[in-house]
Ligand binder design. Structure first.
Ligand code: HEM
Length: 493
């Protein structure tokens, strides 16, 4: 009787067990097929050794070198584990639309470009919410409208004429140094205003020098590290703020204005009617100078180096100048610079090969997916840093024929290699939502300089063709670029 009871209990227990197991299996099947989230397909990951820090070491050894090695193996979308962060690279126009077009709430600049805050100062650009930043970028857009640019060009031309009038009849110069210097003078006049250009140039450029030297690779990770370079940066910023506060209040009290970016920022108003403060005006001017100065001077030096190296392209730009001399005489203004198409393509090609901003970054705040050029769908989780690289993407061989060769004609009508693969094939100026606001200003400035040189000098590159200075924050030209010049007016015949 007892045994029969035990057997019944056992049967009951095993029946219960089978029931529970069956329920669990059904629940699992339902969860897998019906209610579970689809599995994430993460991009392939760069192999790096030793674990944990291997990725960081490869990145620090040279991001472009790493991209050159990994792109052929992993394709257009891949991730690098960078110590505590993942960076996902989107390389090429086929995969980078989201990078350029996403809203700030999905892919933001604020965190990744935070290191600029101690240089630009409080209350501007990456120190403020996106809504305020958008308004401040509207001030930039207004300050760089064609009507304003026309006035700036006249000042650019005067600066170039004055600067090169100090060269002798013949001689040898470091073109890199000369163009850097001229571009600071021009930027001072057009952006910072005549008070700085005419009276305070030496003081202000020394202070900018300290600001510049306070932005080091280490500053990207630790912008407030108490090192001498950062202390000098902070002191210089404070002094600049004092200088500009004085200039602004004098302009306001005397009613004297200027045809410069300073005046545009003084006159700018937020949507609610609030005018800009003196501190904001100073911060925005510093941001403009940082965005435009090294980038433009590096580009004008590469343009010169390539033109002097390639006689056929030099002849083409000289011929264009002759035609314009014939048409307009000596005059150079905004509209005449706009006619310099051959020179434009020569600058654009130098900038394709050598974009000074080699890596563009965003921080991802929401998951997104991307189809790689190779046809695979990948999910990029929020929290990743997302990156693209002008220096690498501008030389993709499926976009550009012989990508490492200097060939300005690739942009001419009929070829237009930067357009056939669609938007974001040429990204030296970024693109989309955050595309460069100073692009027209930069071209005008470089054209004003080079049209003057081509019309007034014969030039010859006498040092070896320059190498790339990968160690600079804004990647530029390594060493001197020595040029022999002879004063000779270009004649129409
Ligand atoms: C050859 C010269 C220049 C190059 C190669 C260049 C390159 C760039 C690039 C790549 C970006 C996009 C950054 C990103 O997406 O993260 C950018 C943005 C910007 N640039 Fe330039 N730039 C040049 C000259 C200038 C000049 C002369 C100015 C102003 C006077 C300027 C003002 C700006 C501003 C305000 C932005 C931010 C736009 C935004 O985020 O909405 N740039 N530039």
């Amino acid at each position: 009787m007892e045994a029969e009871k035990d057997t019944k209990l056992l049967n009951l227990n095993s029946g219960l067990l089978i029931y529970i197991v069956a329920t669990l299996i059904v629940a699992k099947v339902i969860s897998v097929f019906l209610i579970s989230k689809p599995r994430k397909h993460l991009p392939p990951v760069v192999k790096a050794w030793p674990p944990v820090v291997g990725g960081l070491i490869r990145f620090l050894k040279g991001p472009i070198l790493m991209l050159r090695e990994e792109y052929p193996k992993l394709g257009s979308v891949f991730t690098l584990n960078l110590f505590h962060k993942n960076i996902t690279f989107l390389i090429g126009p086929e995969v980078s639309a989201h990078f350029f077009k996403a809203s700030e709430s999905d892919l933001s600049q604020q965190e990744v470009y935070q290191f600029n805050v101690p240089t630009f100062g409080p209350g501007v650009v990456f120190d403020v919410d996106y809504s305020v930043r958008q308004e401040q970028f509207r001030f930039f857009t207004e300050a760089l409208r064609v009507t304003k640019l026309k006035g700036y060009v006249d000042q650019m031309v005067v600066e170039a004429e004055e600067y090169f009038s100090k060269w002798g009849d013949s001689g040898e110069v470091d073109l890199k140094y000369e163009l850097e210097h001229l571009i600071i003078l021009t930027a001072s006049r057009c952006l910072l205003g005549r008070e700085v250009r005419d009276q305070l140039f030496d003081d202000v450029s020394a202070l900018f020098h300290d600001l510049d030297n306070g932005m080091l690779p280490i500053s990207v990770l630790f912008p407030y590290l108490p090192i001498p370079a950062h202390r000098r940066r902070d002191k210089a910023r404070k002094k600049l703020a004092e200088i500009f506060a004085r200039i602004i209040s004098t302009r306001k009290s005397t009613g004297k204005s200027g045809n410069d970016m300073l005046q545009c920022f003084i006159d700018s108003k937020y949507k609610d009617g609030r005018p800009t403060t003196e501190a904001e005006v100073t911060g925005l001017l510093i941001a403009a100078l940082f965005a435009g100065q090294h980038t433009s001077s590096i580009t004008s030096t590469w343009t010169g180096a390539y033109l002097l190296r390639h006689k056929e392209y030099l002849s083409a730009v000289v011929d264009e100048q002759k035609q314009l001399l014939e048409k307009h005489g000596d005059k150079v203004d905004h509209d005449i610079l706009a006619e310099m198409d051959v020179l434009y393509r020569s600058i654009k090609e130098a900038l394709r090969l050598h974009p000074p901003l080699i890596m563009l970054l965003r921080s991802s705040h929401s998951d997104f997916s991307v189809k790689s050029r190779e046809g695979k769908e990948f999910d990029i989780p929020k929290g990743h840093i997302v990156a693209t690289s002008p220096a690498f993407a501008n030389r993709l061989s499926h976009i550009y024929k012989n990508p490492d060769i200097y060939d300005p004609n690739r942009f001419a009508v009929g070829r237009e290699e930067d357009k056939v693969a669609g938007a974001f094939s040429y990204i030296s100026f970024g693109g989309g939502r955050h595309g460069c606001l100073g692009e027209p200003f930069a071209y005008l400035q470089i054209k004003a300089i080079w049209s003057h040189l081509l019309r007034n000098f014969e030039l010859e590159l006498i040092s070896p063709f320059p190498e790339i200075d990968w160690n600079a924050m804004v990647v530029g030209v390594k060493g001197n670029v020595m040029v022999r010049y002879k004063r000779k007016k270009l004649s129409v015949n």
